[in-house]
Ligand binder design. Structure first.
Ligand code: GLN
Length: 400
């Protein structure tokens, strides 16, 4: 969505094909038309008061000056402990964990740290929108492969699979980095253990590093487990692991996350990080460290979000949308192509615009996660919302 085409910069744009992100555009459209915003991924309910108290206490305890560049020690130790408990991998809090200004800054910084001009970086589309521009800023070449859409007898997408053959052909001696994302935004697809084993085989004779975007790590449903790159020792040895407290603790506006990576990778990461943001808000880090020490705050999350997912899906079942599976994340994808309305033939961006303006529910076109024009008739709703918000949205969607 390039809104800047007609502006004539005085210098060559570093990102000529980039406009404002689809999430920002759809949120603005939702506000303008007073639509229920199920577009951009963020909760509409408050975070735990205890977390706010923890941050407040840190401020009152005068933790208000620069923290260490790599992040507050207490928080790095708690993260290391959490990863050890969940994924059985030992990251040294002093040399292997860095606190970042959210997942996006961690991703850009990791890419700038390891990708040199001419290096190839493999991404799997639909891909979160920050990967490609980050690679381009580093001078890297994006090699995009696509998740395989599995279609039912009606020709509608029923699920997605990892494109192993395309990945095998995409990797070569110029591949510096491969970016994976599990649970996956926007499809909700999750990687299982066998997938990680297969990935390990795929990269074993290459010098490709891996960036594993796991910001939805605590949102995996139906009793399944999240399989972190950290849980696979041979992969962990060549990977940057990205996570986000915004997603986990319902505080997307705080912009605090972290990157865990072996010491050699973290050393290079920190060289870039220190001249990028230098460091991240001190009281937030102390508050998060205290809050993170109680594991129930993330262990309860699958149950919490699964209830929302099930409520939302039950309501969508009464519409003409076809539901795609949602094993993880707080996104529900639906196929609108068989709705019995003329707008069912719209492309995804136009359908979302119409849905926002005329029906009063904002969503995100999945086509925005692809570089080349790709239309599958699939849009993404965010269900990280209060039940009453979801109920109101469902009421509108059930009119279609
Ligand atoms: N991760 C969020 C999403 O996919 C958006 C974050 C953003 O707007 N940059 O909706």
């Amino acid at each position: 969505m390039n809104q800047n085409q007609d502006l004539n910069p005085l210098f060559p744009s570093r990102l000529p094909n980039v406009g404002t992100t689809v999430f920002t555009i759809m949120s603005a459209l939702a506000t303008e038309h007073q639509a229920i915003n199920l577009g951009q991924g963020f909760p509409d309910f408050p975070c735990d008061r205890k977390l706010i108290s923890n941050v407040n206490e840190a401020m009152l305890a005068d933790h208000n000056q620069y923290p260490p560049m790599i992040g507050v020690s207490e928080l790095r130790h708690e993260i290391s402990q959490k990863i050890k408990n969940l994924y059985k991998h030992d990251y040294d809090p002093d040399t292997e964990i860095t606190i970042t200004a959210g997942g996006t800054q961690g991703i850009l910084t990791a890419i700038l740290a390891c990708v040199s001009p001419g290096d190839e970086v493999v991404i799997i589309e639909p891909a979160y929108d920050c990967y490609r521009p980050s690679i381009e800023l580093a001078g890297g070449k994006v090699i995009a492969v696509s998740l395989q859409a599995v279609r039912d007898d009606n020709g509608q997408v029923s699920s997605y699979e990892i494109p192993w053959e395309a990945l095998t052909s995409a990797l070569n001696s110029k591949t510096r980095l491969l970016i994976i994302n599990t649970p996956h935004n926007p499809t909700g697809m999750v990687w299982n253990l066998a997938d990680l084993d297969r990935l390990a085989l795929l990269v074993q004779d290459t010098s490709a590093l891996i960036l594993s975007d796991e910001v939805y790590e605590h949102m995996v449903y139906d009793g399944a487990k999240h399989h972190s790159i950290a849980s696979h020792p041979t992969l962990a040895a060549r990977s940057f692991l990205i996570s986000s407290f915004g997603k986990t603790y319902h505080v997307t506006g705080w912009k605090v996350g972290y990157v865990a990576a072996p010491a050699a990778l973290s050393k290079e990461f920190r060289k870039v990080h220190q001249f990028n943001v230098f460091t991240v808000s001190t009281p937030m880090q102390y508050g998060l460290a205290t809050y993170l020490s109680d594991a129930t705050h993330y262990l309860n999350l699958p149950q919490f979000y699964q209830a929302k997912r099930d409520f939302f899906r039950a309501g969508l079942d009464k519409t003409g949308f076809k539901l795609l599976p949602t094993p993880g994340t707080y996104f529900q994808c639906v196929d609108y192509s068989k709705l019995n309305i003329p707008q069912a033939s719209f492309n995804e961006a136009n359908f979302c615009e119409w849905l926002t303006k005329d029906v009063g529910v904002a969503a995100i076109p999945v086509s925005a996660f692809y570089e080349r024009p790709t239309e599958s008739g699939v849009i993404r709703f965010c269900f990280a919302k209060q039940e009453k918000t979801l109920a109101n949205a469902l009421e509108r969607l059930q009119q279609l």
